[in-house]
Design a protein around this ligand. Structure first.
Ligand SMILES: NC(=O)c1ccc[n+]([C@@H]2O[C@H](COP(=O)([O-])OP(=O)(O)OC[C@H]3O[C@@H](n4cnc5c(N)ncnc54)[C@H](O)[C@@H]3O)[C@@H](O)[C@H]2O)c1
Length: 214
């Protein structure tokens, strides 16, 4: 399962499919056609069929896709059957908001540790998450086997903090800072930029008058 290589665009759509399949499952639906799925998740059905084809012949002509089979499959591929602990570095405005937002309710991801340089924050608990001083970063990452961090520190320290996290064994970074951090090739960085997202939204509203994915 882990060896399946899928295009990035397909990988991005997997959580969307997964969420909708859960809704179907809760509604006790046994099967779904690519057309139905297409209308629900707003991805055209040819794309859905192509996406699913990367995983082998999962659908049957005239029957559609078996919801439970798909669900099991996606659960496995998205690692939803195991809890992933992530750490957050930088407990400021944005960091606090993310700590407050309980990821665990909707997914199997949980922020299990947070770090900050502010001495008054160290050894406190915010939104149920323990805050550690930066001096404990490596030890905690290693002890808790955390491989993913959310980066919400000021831009000026983002590279240094990234280097420390990578030295602690981190292989995935959700980067909220404006800096495009440099990492070794085995580390993956996902940048989140709300300004970009807003600009993309405005672009699509200006250029397309329906909400089909183009
Ligand atoms: N991607 C987005 O859409 C988006 C939106 C808002 C903010 N941001 C970015 O997120 C980051 C945080 O923004 P904010 O408003 O929460 O800032 P903030 O100043 O409120 O918080 C930053 C926190 O990082 C801590 N910190 C500073 N240096 C550190 C270090 N070396 N190690 C560990 N912790 C350290 C500070 O003590 C503070 O608690 C900034 O880089 C900002 O540009 C991104």
């Amino acid at each position: 399962m882990a060896e399946i290589k899928i295009p990035k665009a397909t990988a991005k759509r997997l959580p969307i499919y997964y969420r909708y399949l859960n809704i179907l499952h809760d509604a006790e639906k046994n099967r779904v056609s690519s057309t139905e799925l297409s209308e629900a998740v707003k991805v055209d059905s040819a794309t859905i069929r192509r996406d699913f084809s990367y995983f082998g012949a999962l659908g049957k002509r005239g029957y559609g896709y078996d919801v439970d089979t798909l669900l099991k499959f996606f659960k496995k591929i998205l690692n939803q059957d195991k809890l992933t602990n992530v750490a957050l570095i930088g407990v400021g405005n944005l960091g606090n908001a993310l700590l407050n937002f309980n990821f665990h309710q909707n997914s199997n991801v949980r922020i299990s540790a947070a770090f900050d340089i502010r001495p008054d924050l160290a050894n406190t608990v915010q939104s149920g998450v323990p805050i550690y001083p930066m001096s404990e970063l490596r030890k905690q990452l290693e002890d808790q086997q955390i491989k993913i961090v959310i980066l919400t520190v000021p831009e000026s320290v983002a590279q240094n903090v990234t280097d420390d996290a990578v030295a602690g064994g981190v292989v995935g970074i959700l980067n909220f800072t404006p800096l495009r951090v440099s990492v070794p090739t085995n580390v993956r960085v996902q940048n989140v930029d709300l300004t970009n997202e807003l600009q993309t939204l405005i672009y699509f509203l200006d250029h397309y008058n329906d909400n089909e994915e183009n």
